[in-house]
Design a protein around this ligand. Structure first.
Ligand code: MOS
Length: 742
């Protein structure tokens, strides 16, 4: 059965074990489940962002062929929405989530105002187009500026609470060189390739949801509370996902709608959001305006740093993100403050989007640092090296592993930073201006509780089970690698089952935390199975190892053998054939209890070369080198894919992405992929990410920190700094479109 393992699976560039299923179409995505008798729901979306529904006329739609039901706030069942302490953890802690079809109040653009259910999708779409809605009191739409006077500090929230150390104002005033600038991160939408989709199937008071979710047990909890049924009555499956980026962390209201519709019509119902509908209620990165003040002495020691943020939220929930956390720990600044204020507007509640908060804050901080380097006439890499903190300046804790200086040095070397001439507009190529810029990156090393089950089957294969999801980074593969090594089999023997709420509990795939959270449970369960194999051997009269003390045995490569005499062995195949039973272990793993002993973060540095056409200001990124320190790299192949994905997202953020609202009705104007621009192949040059040699012993037994978010943090600043170097023009509002350079 088991061929000899070709060495440890962890660390090898193994191709995705689910890759073939994905490229051959055998992998099922939420909308693709073939459910007998399924009917289709299509929402009607508001065309204003505030006011009330005046009239809603569904008569024509209801009379159309195939239409089973048209739900509005007038006839939709009032769901119980039980309030429990253990409410979905991805909901903001302050405020009341939006409940669809609950009232006539319009709180944001493209709010659900009706839901048409029909036998076919085409019938539902045709009827949805015939629902007539009028609105009242649609004026008074807030813009960022008009909403600013209502800005306030968040009611709660650790990372967004006001923070200060030392005397930042006085230190800033006394500084020899000062930078005081304002920066803007626009609103951005996730735009995953696969739209959000849910199929709801009721069986009595049991509900099954085939959903696109980064956290199936969160959706399970949400749906159970919404419909007032026990958690155990709801099952959620999301084995494959075409991109999440944070938009599928929360359980959004289309889940309530589709399950409500299924109940009302007594049939399974499918709802797949249109691209446009995804600009309604599946979240977005909030527009955030920032002010950064930096004060330094002539040698480049930073003595004062004040970072303030004003970020959008909705009128009904307080969404905050970790915009200012990186500022507090990036550099050794004795006098520092951060202030977060939220700006409630008539928009739907924003949510986490790749590198949530960190990318926003680091765009401002790392741009401002570049401005300081220019003002001081110091190399920007040198400036960062001069301000390296020996311990975490916020907590005072030692770093677990902080490899920022290595990232800066090795990244600069690989990029050829020494070839850069410092003055702006000093480098050219033919008629083009050449810019070289750099910026730093960081992301917290998060870890949450998670459980896994590992089963050794009689045929010698191993099954790993957990409710954790794989939204694309390669969790199926990495968990197979971890289990293979822990049990002692080849990775090809391992099957991984994920993202079914009936499987052992796992926290979300989010916050770059899933690998660090789940791998310890998989590893320990695998080791228990391997111990059970040894126990089986010593208790089995027909085994050559019968009666051998357990401590004398090693389990590896599909065999149990005497450590000092490897010829005395038994194979898993023979053991299982004789025993005719499966072996099974289930483990829950949590981060160490008690206060943290180390500050755990990933670090990185980006180096960018680009050209700017001096006549038409077209910016072309030419190459990008990024150095990342993320602890152990479990799979260099999937890790590379994560890195380039983040870097590409960063190019989009720097040069293209932004969601615009019109000032009259507060609508998202570019709610489609032809007007919301993302980076495509032609925008992407040679990308050269590399990972530093590093193991972080404090994150967990495998020493691997997450790498989902880090790669995008700081990219926009590196590009903006390169644009400055090329042109001498500093753009502090993303994206850097050519009109801003005119
Ligand atoms: Mo990530 S924004 O936590 O999916």
């Amino acid at each position: 059965m088991t061929g000899p393992s070709s060495g440890p699976a962890v660390g090898r560039p193994i191709a995705r074990i689910e890759g073939r299923a994905k490229v051959t179409g055998r992998a099922r995505f939420a909308a693709e489940y073939p459910i007998r008798g399924v009917v289709h729901a299509v929402p009607v979306l508001s065309t204003v962002s505030s006011g009330r529904i005046g009239t809603i006329d569904t008569a024509e739609a209801e009379a159309m062929p195939g239409v089973l039901k048209v739900l509005t706030h007038l006839n939709a069942p009032k769901l119980p929405y039980l309030q429990r302490k253990d409410k979905p953890a991805t909901d903001p802690s302050v405020g009341e989530p939006f409940r669809p079809l609950r009232s006539d109040v319009i709180r944001f653009d493209r709010q659900y105002v009706a839901l048409v259910v029909a036998t076919t999708l085409e019938q539902a779409e045709a009827a949805a187009a015939k629902v007539q809605v009028t609105y009242l009191g649609t004026g008074g739409v807030s813009t960022f500026d008009s909403a600013l006077p209502g800005a306030h500090q968040p009611t709660e929230g650790k990372t967004s609470a006001p923070y200060r150390r030392g005397r930042p104002e006085a230190a800033f005033e006394a500084a020899a060189v000062r930078i005081d600038q304002r920066f803007i991160m626009p609103a951005e939408h996730h735009n995953p390739l696969e739209p959000h989709a849910t199929i709801a199937v009721w069986n009595g008071n049991k509900l099954t949801l085939y959903d696109k979710s980064q956290w199936v047990q969160n959706v399970q909890r949400h749906a159970a509370l919404a419909f007032g049924v026990p958690y155990a009555n709801v099952r959620v499956l999301s084995p494959f996902m075409g991109g999440g980026f944070g938009s599928a962390l929360r359980a959004w209201p289309h889940i309530d709608l589709v399950a409500m519709a299924a109940k009302v019509v007594g049939r399974p119902v499918k709802l797949s959001l249109s691209r446009e509908a995804m600009y309604g209620t599946v979240g977005f990165r909030p527009e955030t305006r920032m002010r950064v003040r930096l004060g330094a002495d002539r040698s480049g020691r930073i003595n004062a740093l004040m970072h303030e943020a004003w970020a959008q939220t909705s009128t009904y929930e307080e969404f905050t993100e970790n915009t200012l956390g990186a500022t507090r720990l990036m550099y050794d600044v004795p006098n520092l403050s951060t202030t977060y204020r939220m700006v409630p507007m008539n928009i739907s509640t924003p949510t986490y989007m790749r590198g949530p908060g960190e990318v926003t804050g680091m765009f401002a901080l790392e741009s401002a640092l570049d401005e300081l380097a220019v003002a001081l006439d110091i190399d920007p890499v040198e400036l960062r090296l001069k301000n390296e903190p020996p311990v975490d300046p916020e907590s005072g804790l030692p770093w677990s592993v902080r490899s920022y200086t290595q990232a800066l040095r090795l990244g600069a070397e690989r990029f050829g930073w020494s070839r850069r001439t410092p003055a702006a507009r000093s480098m050219t190529d033919g008629g083009l201006l050449i810019g070289m810029g750099m910026a730093g990156a960081t992301y917290p090393g998060n870890r949450n509780p998670a459980s896994a089950r590992v089963v050794m089957n009689i045929d010698g294969t191993v099954t790993v089970q957990s409710a954790g999801t794989d939204i694309g980074p390669g969790t199926y593969t990495s968990m197979a690698q971890v289990a293979a090594d822990a049990v002692g089999v080849d990775v090809g023997q391992v099957k991984v089952e994920l993202a079914d709420s009936q499987l052992p509990y796992s926290f979300a795939q989010g916050g770059s935390a899933l690998f660090a959270s789940l791998s310890p449970a998989v590893r320990e369960a695998g080791r228990q199975v391997s111990r059970q194999l040894a126990e089986l051997a010593v208790a089995d009269r027909n085994s050559p190892l019968y009666g051998t003390p357990l401590a004398a045995l090693t389990v590896r490569s599909g065999r149990v053998f005497v450590t000092s005499d490897t010829a005395r062995s038994d194979t898993f195949a023979a053991l299982l054939r004789r025993a005719q039973r499966t072996l099974d272990a289930r483990v829950t793993s949590s981060p160490a209890a008690g206060p943290p002993t180390h500050s755990i973060h990933s670090f990185g540095a980006h180096f960018v070369e680009l050209s700017v056409d001096p006549d038409v200001f077209e910016i072309r990124v030419r190459r990008m080198v990024s150095a990342y320190g993320v602890g152990r790299v479990v799979n260099p192949r999937t890790a590379h894919s994560q890195a380039v994905g983040g870097m590409i997202g960063g190019v989009g953020m720097a040069l293209l992405e932004h969601t615009d609202r019109d000032l009259r009705l507060g609508r998202h104007m570019n709610a489609n992929l032809s007007e919301y621009l993302i980076a495509v192949h032609a925008d992407i040059p040679v990308l050269e990410p590399f990972y530093l040699e590093e193991v972080d012993p404090h994150i967990g037994p495998l020493g691997a920190k997450g790498l989902g978010e880090l790669p995008i943090v700081g990219v926009a600043a590196a590009i903006s700094n390169a644009v400055y170097h090329a042109t001498g023009t500093r753009i502090r509002e993303l994206p850097i479109t050519l009109d801003k350079l005119l």
